[in-house]
Design a protein around this ligand. Sequence first.
Ligand code: UGA
Length: 434
Amino acid sequence: MKIAVIGTGYVGLVTGTCLAETGNNVICVDIDANKVGKMQESIVPFYEPDLESLFKRNIHNGTLSFTTNLEEAVNESLIIILALPTPPSEDGSADLSYVLNTAEAIGKLMTSYKIIVNKSTVPVGTADKVRETVANYTKHNFDVVSNPEFLREGVAVNDFMKPSRVIVGTRSEKVKKIFSELYAPYMRQGERLIFMDERSAELTKYAANAFLATKISFMNEMAGLCEILGANVEEIRRGIGMDDRIGKQFLYAGVGYGGSCFPKDVQALAKTAIEIGGDFRIVDAVMKTNYAQREKFLDKIINYFGANLKGKKLAFWGLAFKPETDDLREAPALYLIEELLKEGVEIVTYDPVAMENTKKQLGDKIGYAKNQYECLEKADALVIVTEWKNFRNPDFDQIAEKLNDKVIFDGRNLYNLERMQELGFYYNSIGRQL
Ligand code: UGA
């Protein structure tokens, strides 16, 4: 099938590449000429495991190409996938200007039947708005489909190739037939392909992210209780996760969720509830808990040093909002660093892949180490914010030798409590103590 993907962020580029991999002819469009130029030279614009080999292979095969020319892409494609940003507006609602401006442009350019697909996370009713916008500018037939994406950064290719489910919001029988064929290579006998109306599909995406964020905030509040009651949140996680009705995943307490999706989508859902005159109390609490969680972690560090905080040097392991990505959007590390800088703390950092992006954002306000051990040199404490594999089983002798004091604040519960006690560390983690 001939497909255009508009927008080459994580969702757009992974979608385009994975659709090309199963034999479709995919043309990706972006307004950023510099980025398009790089992609034409087979350079992936961000870090995502497993993407590069598929990307290069399909460019080489001629099944994946890049352009800034929307007209060419619209003319050549039956399916036009919108994978555009929907950033929060000042009031917290999703800003649809990228989506609707593109819908207008497609309406003006199209010269035959098209299927226009919303892959971006968009508020309920956006498919209708896109339909109205396109209809204002064309006399040709078209369908608008809501096909939200559930892939996670860091495992995006695997998530796309082996989806837990694919949601297609459409009431058109013609579209259902085409999408059954499009997604057949990714399905086991089609049982994971779910058709529903557009509005339900749009809301399903928010429900999924908000539910997962709720699990995390629930566990973070549990961790707070554990700290007061002398229980261990890791034991609670194991104890409840064995129940299939609860499930093992997304029960890890930490420094709060970040990234480009959960914070934005939870906020947008809360905003939607207010707009329709109601409220969504659980979602409000999830947001508050998430912000409180990173503040609590900050307070642990501030309180430990007390009046002596100013002038201390802290080593940060991990900057990205989660492992296997160089994405810093809503990363808890950035919040912690900014707050500690205000307190006059010196900060040195190490992250396996997010250093370049951090340099662009924070410049020389902080230090950047060549490796995780250099980062510790003469620091007064180690602060762990992202659970990269390199940090899971480190050389504790080197840590003890390099740090001024054997002090670790661990926002990801990476180490065994008994071991840390044996090694003589002051070890402050989330929701557990000896
Ligand atoms: C999330 C969803 O998991 C995807 O299904 C969805 O497609 C995507 O948003 C999106 O809407 O585009 P992503 O933001 O890539 O994916 O990252 P997650 O792996 O979900 O992690 C989100 C945050 O939750 C991270 O900050 C992570 O550290 C935190 N987290 C996750 C926890 O604190 N505890 C957990 O147990 C799990």
